[in-house]
Write a protein that binds this ligand. Sequence first.
Ligand code: C2E
Ligand code: MG
Ligand code: MG
Length: 603
Amino acid sequence: MAKRAIQYGIGINSLGFRLTAIYVTLAAMCLALATIPFLSEHSVSDTVLHMKMAIAGLIATAILMALMSRRVTGPIRQLTDVARKVADGNLDANVPVDCSCEIGGLGASMRTMVSRLQASTTEIRQLANHDLITGLPNRHRFQTLLERQTGFVDADGAPASGSVFFIDVIDLRKVNDRFGHETSDQLFKMIASLLVEASPCNGHGANLRNSGSDKAVREPVLARFGGTELVLSVPGLTDPDGIASVAKRLHAALAGGVKASGRQFHPAIAIGIARYPQDSASATKVKQYAALACNNSMALSDAEKTALFQPWMLEVLKSRETMERDLRTAIADGQFEVYYQPKVSALDWTVTGVEALVRLNHPERGVVGPGEFIEIAEMTGLIGDIGLIVLEEAVSQCAEWHRAGQSTEVSINVSIEQFKNAEFANLVIAILKEHQCPADLITIEITETIAHTNITGVADHIKALRAVGVRIAIDDFGTGYSNLAQLTGLKFDILKVDRSFVSGIDSEGKAREVSRSIIQLGKNLGCRVVVEGTETPGQVAAAAQLGCDEIQGFFFSKPMKRCDFDAWKDLRTRNPVQDTFHRAVAGGGLMQVPAAQDRLAAS
Ligand code: C2E
Ligand code: MG
Ligand code: MG
């Protein structure tokens, strides 16, 4: 049942009525007291006349009193009215009471209160709709505006069209890690203001205080989407040339570098663009497609990373989602298997160890290589579980070989995401203990990227692992644009030259010279150097001649299941090939050397 609103100041509840009643009662009592002595001294007719006059006076003053009390209650009623309007959210209500009595003071206080309320409401609205750092509209505001823009139908009934640019500031997180929040916020603010200037928003006041009016609906707007991301909506722009020129201007805005917190930075952005209505008429989807295109643009090698949304991007996304589901099932159902690829000594061609390489035994697709799922596992956080499965399996295998008197060094690949776990080193040490595996038989392979990423704890993990005897290898060396100063600051034991250098290693030229320098660099740092990816005898011979310590590659063997590796090693041990092979390499008859597997198989 609806609650009835209380009516204040009506009838006997009215202040005016009550004041008048009190006055009349008091006056009547005074009149009665004054009349009693009068009765004994005067005649009845005089007394009646006297009383009539007194009553008339009483009525006249009661009316006067009622009128006067109205002067008091009137402004109170007005103030009550204003308070009610303010309570209903009408902050533009005028406070009309302006007199010098106490009620005037109340009116003035109310005016101050309303204007303060107006100011703080404006501020709250500003905070709710705008980003504190850049002052740009925030994601929530952008969504509202974009919904209006995509749903806008012009006077001719034509549906709205336009484009959404999703902009990600690349490597801003690294600035944050290295120089702290204040610097990265400052940098982001500067970047945002340069992008506003370069974008079609420049000159449109609507961008900062977008009112949502019909005019604003047709104006471009740049907003902060989230951490390192901005979004730009440009109504009316759909032709690819126009879009490309806006993207070019945005990239160019940062080309001169940006100064923040007294430092010079050279930020870059990745841009993804989706259009409405052709990609989708839904604001949420267009934004999502632009973000997807932006993600795809990250993979481009171009300095100005820009990608226009294409439907195949959705297909890739779907297959990634399928892969994520498959990975979860594989973890639960134990579908991962570790393969082993041998490493061979460049001095005497004996097997020095193996690299553990994970495979997914998919029930329908068969054996799936890590190239298809490691990145997805890293993005989805599943790499922790997969890494643990590999660690357990590889360490237990290493311990088993050791117990069987076949000690074999095992290298295990570790992803950057695993290194972010503060307990990573302790976990490895616990697994070694659990399987009673000698730590010096285990090598942890990290990429150059991990080595020079400023993740707190990388150096600590390395230190803790090396302290118990685990070796650290820098994998794929030469691909990560290593900062040598940072690399030399880290302690590691093995350097693996990336296989991209191997293709030209067996002929005179730059590739060979670069490989020679890398091998030399590793040696100078006191490391064992492994050359991986050798497929031909020529590459094997060249790697050995350039002075590396160990060689890994399809020439010797592809990664194998553990039982195949045991058989392969057994065969190789029973039929040593080192002498013939070594003579062939040293004698220069490289190309005539048959593949080791062939020779083994033939023997
Ligand atoms: P990686 O650590 O550099 O491993 C060497 C890769 O090169 C392996 O590919 C191996 O099969 C391949 N390879 C070795 N010799 C040759 C050769 O002569 N020719 C050619 N064409 N390829 C050769 P795979 O097994 O597909 O692994 C790819 C990458 O996946 C690995 O590169 C590693 O970065 C990653 N990975 C593998 N297993 C794991 C794992 O358990 N954890 C993590 N985090 N990453 C792993
Ligand atoms: Mg590796
Ligand atoms: Mg490698």
